[in-house]
Design a protein around this ligand. Structure first.
Ligand code: PMV
Length: 332
């Protein structure tokens, strides 16, 4: 179509070292606590968006017509159309190089790529801050994937969310040796999505105020550790932070337990390796997969040991990655 506006963006997922878990404003997606992540080269989504059609938005993710998150994505498109003052229906084709909805932050890379591509296709010219604010409203963790390297999502305090966005704390080249190894223990979609899981936690977990209080302290520790490249400080705080988040999930009503026997197998193995002096720590998100934090010199040994664990189907190694970017090559 001659006047079709088309844009393609690539975005990496991110691994939270200090987690976001709980919204103080569910409509605007404003968090109770700030969070910190590493943008992950190795877990990528490419998305092409064109606004030209009539009828319904057409959304194809990894060759499948989307069903599950369709409503959220249409809502996000409406937000962008409204901002740009356009009406055309969208055609979206999106590809990820890792299993979606299995706790590998596919919503982060997916919504970051969608936000950037759709904003560009709609003719909007937004700063990284405004893109981050927009991506946040699609999926909270996506606001961090707009930026590269080590990224903090500011909690903010404004009711309209204008001060709740992601900022780069350090670029990828600041700490090129940092590694995250995602261990796939299950390719199945998670039983409770993060949106429902965190709402239930805020509403019913008796320890939720303690989570917010300690996560805020963890954020200071991890930020300082990143700036000084203190791996033990960052990784130990990240591991404990993930365990605290899972403790809140497990103590909601009804309880949410994402771990499988394989999740625990990896967690115990990592702790035992540490006793032998290998700098390896774990973190998990809203799913069964375990993500191991280590450094490049120990990567081969960590991977060798992981390959011997029965529950680990495969691993994906990530390095500190770039933020979301537009590319010339389109998917259609
Ligand atoms: O933004 P969501 O709905 O994908 O939530 C992400 C929540 C966690 O992955 C569990 C933590 C985080 O900060 O990424």
């Amino acid at each position: 179509m001659a006047n079709e506006r088309k844009a393609t963006a690539v975005a990496n997922a991110n691994i939270a070292l200090v987690k976001y878990w709980g919204k103080r404003d569910p409509a605007l997606i404003l968090p109770y606590n700030g969070s910190m992540s590493m943008t992950c080269e190795g877990l990528q989504t490419i998305t092409t968006v064109a606004f030209a059609g009539e009828g319904q938005d057409e959304i194809i993710i990894n060759d499948d017509e989307l069903r599950k998150d369709e409503k959220d994505i249409r809502g996000h498109l409406d937000r962008i159309r409204k901002l740009a003052g356009i009406q055309g229906k969208a055609r979206i084709v999106s590809e990820t190089n890792f299993p979606v909805a299995a706790g590998l932050a596919s919503s982060a890379s997916g919504l970051a790529a969608l936000t950037l591509a759709a904003a560009a296709a709609a003719g909007l010219q937004l700063s990284p801050k405004d893109l981050s604010i927009l991506a946040r409203q699609g999926s909270g963790s996506a606001c961090r994937s707009i930026l590269g390297g080590f990224v903090e999502w500011k909690r903010g305090s404004q009711p309209d969310g204008t001060d709740s966005y992601a900022l780069q704390v350090a670029p990828p080249q600041h700490w090129p040796d940092f590694r995250m190894v995602a261990c796939i223990v299950s390719d199945k979609a998670k039983p409770v999505g993060s949106r429902a899981g965190m709402a239930q936690t805020v509403a019913t977990c008796p320890y939720y105020p303690q989570w917010v209080e300690t996560a805020t302290k963890d954020l200071e520790t991890v930020r300082q550790g990143i700036l000084t490249k203190d791996f033990l400080a960052v990784a130990a705080a990240a591991e404990l932070n993930a365990l605290k988040m899972h403790a809140t999930m497990m103590t909601t009503t009804p309880p949410i337990i994402y771990w499988t026997p394989a999740t625990l197998e990896v967690m115990h193995a990592v702790r035992a390796w540490r006793e032998e002096g290998i700098p390896a720590y774990f973190t998990m998100d809203a799913g069964p997969q375990v993500k191991i934090l280590t450094l490049e010199p120990q990567l081969a040994e960590v991977e060798r040991r992981l390959s011997q664990l029965e529950g680990v189907a495969r691993t994906i190694v990530c390095t500190p990655g770039q933020g979301a970017a537009l590319q010339e090559k389109h998917l259609f």
